[in-house]
Every structure is written in structure tokens, then in C-alpha cells.
Design a binder for this molecule. Structure first.
Ligand code: FES
Ligand SMILES: [Fe+2]
Length: 371
């Protein structure tokens, strides 16, 4: 059992966060740096929510497997013989070894490297060789193979995006995604084709800083001066139950192909799903995987709604543009993390009531889930 929110933050910091005049404060630094806070988030947020965990097109053929980390725990995504994506705890039922280390295709069964216990793609234990003695098929008296299959994790897929819910208690996925669906504005995501995935590596910043940066438009004209042409005044925030984000309706004429001067929607589902819509025909998601208080893995998958996939050259240009945009954000997020080593950050900084109200709501969600 993790220590309580109150004992981690302290009464003074919690009271300061709740004070909203003349402007709201951000979360205190410890929320971004403490192992105890991170453990509490894993327990109360990531184990108790629909968590964005993988990309369905990477699990298209029976036997495709992708090991992932959810709430700090090893989880395995598997494409079964019917082509359905399932999730399991990625742990062998014999001695609890982390079963699969790398994404790939395992064929019809998943075999543990330690003593060769072998599981079918539906998780059933197929063989536990020599477990009961010298006969390869022997099992100890009373040992029921059916009770020692891989332990399933609830999983559901929306378009290319696989969500898992470790404790099985989240509302149906359709309810969870409805607030974002309401902002699609008639875009038919069923037409979406995957173009490219940009691996952004391990970022030395807390997962919340990456999410907060995605949902506030305040930084866009300053941080992305060369990669976007979206004036701040054309932006607005989206601050709704179940969907936090921001948007921009570009009023100017200059819409260049080599920048992001497009009408855009930046939508999130708490805790870690970020969807970007670049109208009329580009879609992107971030897959953020928190590994430690100050370390988050990030990938970006890019899709097109056009009938044709872009050429190899256009794809490369798109990947380059997005890598540049992300590097601009990463540098900032890592400096946000570094700033939290200072006592100055204990007070949480301050938030704009106009441009960072969605950040405030995100932080209130974190606090409310940890109480
Ligand atoms: S730990 Fe997997 S077979 Fe022994
Ligand atoms: Fe940004």
C-alpha cells in the first residue's frame, strides 16, 4: 500500500494547490519527482483506468506480440488465432518470469525461455514439460493446467489504438472515448491509414509534463515558431469532463505544407491518450509510457485520411517535421523537470486562467484520483 497523497505532498502544499486567487497554482514539484507519488499514480490512476498501451496495426497477424508496461507492470499484447487483440500479464505462471521481451511474431504458441512452459495465443497453458516428473507430459497429481494459463487483462481497441484496464473496473471503452468522439467533427477515422511511427525514445521528464504541454496552446507560437504558423490568438482550450485539450482555427491565409499551419484539435483522454487532428486529413497520436517519475517513453503514430498513402519522400518529410516539433517540446519538458529540483518549484508555479485552465483541470483530476 502506497503512502497517502496527504503524507507525500504535505498539508501546506495541498492547501496551496487549492488556493486559486488571484490565479491557480500548478502541482507542487514533488508530484513530478517523488517515487512515492509515482507509485500512488500507478496504483490509483494507471491500474484503474483505460490506459493507452499499443497500436493495433502492430498486432495484425496471429502470433504477433508486443510487450508493454502499464502502471509499471509487464503486460503482453497478443494477436490471437481469430485476429483479435488480447492482453495478458506478461508473466510466466511457473516461476513468474517476464515472459516476452521483444515485439515480434511467436507463431502459434508463446514459450517461456526458462523451463519451456508453453501457452496458446488465447493464454491457455499448452504444456508444462516434465513438471510432474520424468515423463514429458506428466503433471503433479491435482495440478490443473486450466488454472495456470496466462492471466488476462481487460483490453479493447478503438480504431488503431489499444487500451487496457488492469483492474477491470473501468466504464465501457465506448463511454470513455465518447467525449473525444464528440470533437471529431465528422472526420471518419475508419478511413485512417497508418503512415509512419516516429520513435521519440526516453524523455527525461515526468509523464504529466508531456500531457500538460500537449493540452496548453500557450507555448505554441514561442516554442514552435519555425515548425508551426498558428498565432496564439487563434487558439482556445477545451476543458470538458472526460476531454481536455486545445484547438486552433487558423484565420490567416498562409497554410504551408512544411509547417503545421492547419486547423487543429489536440484532444486527450485521461491519463495518457493524446490525439491530434490536423484538418482536413492528418491524424496523430502520442503513446506515452511512464517508466519512472522522471522518465517517459514516447512514440508518435501518424495517419492519413486521404485515399492514397503519401509517397516515401512525403512520408520522410512528415516524419522529419514531427520529430522536429517533438524535439522542441522534449527540450522544454526536460527543462520543466530540471526546474523541479529547485525549492522554487515547491509552490507549483502559476497557471494562466485563459491558456492553462485545461492544465489546471488535468492536475485536479490527478489530485482527485489520488485522494
Ligand atoms: S519460469 Fe517459465 S517455465 Fe519456468
Ligand atoms: Fe508543443
Amino acid at each position: 500500500m502506497s503512502p497517502s497523497l496527504h503524507s507525500i505532498l504535505g498539508a501546506d502544499a495541498l492547501a496551496a494547490f487549492e488556493t486559486q486567487a488571484p490565479v491557480a497554482r500548478g502541482l507542487p514539484a514533488v508530484a513530478y519527482t517523488s517515487e512515492a507519488f509515482f507509485a500512488l499514480e500507478n496504483e490509483r490512476i494507471f491500474a484503474d483506468s483505460w490506459v493507452f498501451a499499443g497500436l493495433a496495426h502492430e498486432l495484425a497477424r496471429p502470433g504477433d506480440v508486443v510487450p508493454v508496461t502499464v502502471a509499471g507492470r509487464p503486460v503482453l499484447l497478443v494477436c490471437d488465432v481469430e485476429g483479435t487483440v488480447r492482453a495478458f500479464h506478461n508473466v510466466c505462471r511457473h516461476r513468474c518470469l517476464r515472459l516476452v521481451e521483444e515485439a515480434g511474431n511467436v507463431g502459434p504458441t508463446i514459450q517461456c525461455p526458462y523451463h519451456s512452459w508453453t501457452y496458446r495465443l488465447d493464454g491457455a497453458l499448452h504444456i508444462a514439460p516434465y513438471f510432474g516428473g520424468r515423463d514429458p507430459g506428466a503433471v503433479p497429481a491435482g495440478f490443473d493446467r486450466a488454472e495456470h494459463g496466462l492471466v488476462p487483462v481487460r483490453a479493447a481497441t478503438w480504431h488503431d489504438w489499444i487500451f487496457v484496464n488492469l483492474n477491470g473496473a473501468a466504464a465501457p471503452l465506448e463511454e470513455f472515448i465518447a467525449p473525444v468522439e464528440a470533437h471529431l467533427g465528422g472526420l471518419d477515422l475508419a478511413r485512417m491509414k497508418h503512415v509512419v511511427t516516429v520513435d521519440l525514445g526516453a524523455i527525461a521528464a515526468n509523464w504529466k509534463l508531456l500531457m500538460e504541454n500537449f493540452i496548453e496552446p500557450y507555448h505554441v507560437p514561442f516554442v514552435h515558431a519555425t515548425t508551426t504558423e498558428q498565432p496564439l490568438t487563434d487558439h482556445y482550450t477545451l476543458n470538458e469532463p472526460g476531454c481536455l485539450g486545445c484547438a486552433v482555427d487558423v484565420s490567416g491565409e498562409a497554410k504551408r505544407a512544411d509547417t503545421l499551419a492547419a486547423d487543429s484539435r489536440y484532444l486527450t483522454l485521461f491519463p495518457n491518450f493524446s490525439l491530434g487532428l490536423y484538418l482536413p486529413d492528418q491524424v496523430g497520436v502520442h503513446l506515452d509510457v511512464p517508466l519512472a517519475p522522471d522518465l517517459t517513453l514516447q512514440r508518435r503514430a501518424i495517419y492519413t485520411l486521404r485515399a492514397e498513402l503519401p509517397s516515401a519522400e512525403e512520408t520522410e518529410q512528415l516524419a522529419r517535421l514531427w520529430r522536429d516539433v517533438h524535439v522542441e517540446d522534449q527540450v522544454i519538458c526536460e527543462r520543466l523537470q530540471q526546474g523541479r529540483a529547485s525549492a522554487v518549484a515547491d509552490g507549483g508555479g502559476v497557471l494562466s486562467p485563459v491558456w492553462e485552465d485545461s492544465v489546471r483541470s488535468f492536475q485536479e483530476l490527478v489530485v482527485s484520483r489520488l485522494r
